[in-house]
Design a protein around this ligand. Structure first.
Ligand code: ADP
Ligand code: MG
Length: 356
């Protein structure tokens, strides 16, 4: 069992509250992701798991064992660092072998494990090279292999693929996800990239200023964000959030941008949230009658191949709509916009989500 439990863990650096009363459980075999903006406490959480930092208050358990006073070496968790520094005087192969040699693992076992991890990361053909002759992406894979070869109870990765170019990043994250599933290991992963978080994680913890704002499966958080903060963190383009007022037969944006015929809208709703893919855009001429939609002017159109992002100027707001394919919509056209009541998110005074 290699689950990781935090109970009310707080960590300060001087006056900075880096981790604020964190309580969560990373399950055994789970791909668990910390996601948040820079300085939100992601790396500090990993350092607390690893034992490089001690909590000021609260308790940490790994595999059921309290580890507050336990040194990093005795925790059996392996970190893949943000700066994947390989030993420059050793070949890639010697780098990957190193953690096993250091632990005096038998030679035959070393070769078996190295061959195994090299195959999984597709680095067999570059193992003879020194780090200086490897590309950035290759160095990163070798460093990941070096962490994987140790067979620890849990892996920690701090934004491990952020230095790769976009294409390699997409490939590597798919591999990481597959490797994690195949190995059946607990993996705690930090990223500041929402698409990466959603694509790899079994569950995501969303951070703001050292506080965990929501924990859940990606789809669960996406569909039921607990607050406007979380709602804005997942989804691209991000959720449109508009001040709202109650109108006749429903709720509407305060400036009249859009009307939602939802008699069940919560009475204390202060804001409505509309995912870009939930905004319906139709030609005004087809649907210009009362009730069919509100008028909006097309501000800009971004055709992205499989889908198109349309930015709409409506009332005082800019709304972003995500449409399938390449619809025939031109800048400055007037369109009718609407949204199914069931797709609308409601938020209250302090930005907290409201049940409908
Ligand atoms: P992230 O990894 O999300 O960018 P960090 O965990 O590195 O965030 O930092 C969280 C907060 O703690 C930040 O305000 C940061 O400035 C502060 N912090 C982190 N490490 C130290 C340190 N060694 N000394 C002082 N402040 C630190
Ligand atoms: Mg960090």
């Amino acid at each position: 069992m290699a689950n990781i439990v935090f109970s009310n863990v707080t960590k300060r650096y001087g006056g900075t509250l880096a981790v604020d009363d964190a309580s969560f459980t990373v399950n055994d075999n789970e791909f668990f992701c910390f996601f948040g903006p820079p300085l939100s406490g992601k790396s500090t959480l990993l350092r607390l798991i690893l034992g490089l930092e001690a909590p000021d208050t609260g308790e940490i358990l790994i595999g059921g064992r309290p580890v507050n006073g336990v040194s990093p070496a005795e925790r059996n968790v392996a970190m893949v660092f943000q700066n994947l520094a390989l030993f420059p005087h050793m070949s890639a192969l010697e780098n990957v072998r190193f953690p096993l040699v250091e632990r005096r693992v038998a030679g035959a076992e070393i070769e078996k494990r190295v061959a195994d991890v090299a195959a999984k990361l597709h680095i067999g053909h570059i193992l003879h090279k020194p780090p200086a002759q490897l590309s950035g992406g290759e160095r990163q894979r070798v460093a990941i292999a070096r962490a994987l070869v140790r067979d620890p109870a849990a892996y920690l990765m701090d934004d491990p693929i952020s230095a790769l170019d976009a294409r390699l990043r997409e490939e590597t994250r798919v591999e990481l996800k597959r490797i994690q599933r195949e190995l059946g290991k607990t993996l705690v992963y930090v990223t500041h990239d929402q698409e990466e978080a959603m694509s790899v994680a079994d569950r995501i913890a969303i951070l703001e200023n050292g506080r965990i704002r929501q924990i859940g499966a990606p789809a669960e958080i996406y569909d039921r964000p607990a607050s406007t903060y979380v709602a804005r963190m997942l989804g691209s383009p991000m959720m449109n959030i508009l001040k709202s007022v109650r109108g006749e037969g429903g709720v509407e944006a305060a400036d009249g941008t859009i009307r939602i015929a939802d008699k069940a809208a919560p009475a204390d709703a202060m804001e409505i949230g509309l995912r870009p893919e939930d905004i319906k855009v139709r030609p005004w001429s087809d649907d210009g009658r009362a009730g069919a939609g509100r008028p909006a002017r097309v501000f800009e159109v971004e055709p992205l191949g499989g889908y198109t992002v349309v930015t709409l100027a409506a009332g005082q707001a800019r709304l972003r709509a995500l449409l399938r394919g390449q619809p025939d919509i031109r800048p400055d056209a007037v369109v009718a916009i609407s949204c199914e009541p069931a797709r609308v998110h409601y938020f209250g005074q302090s930005g907290g989500a409201l049940a409908r």
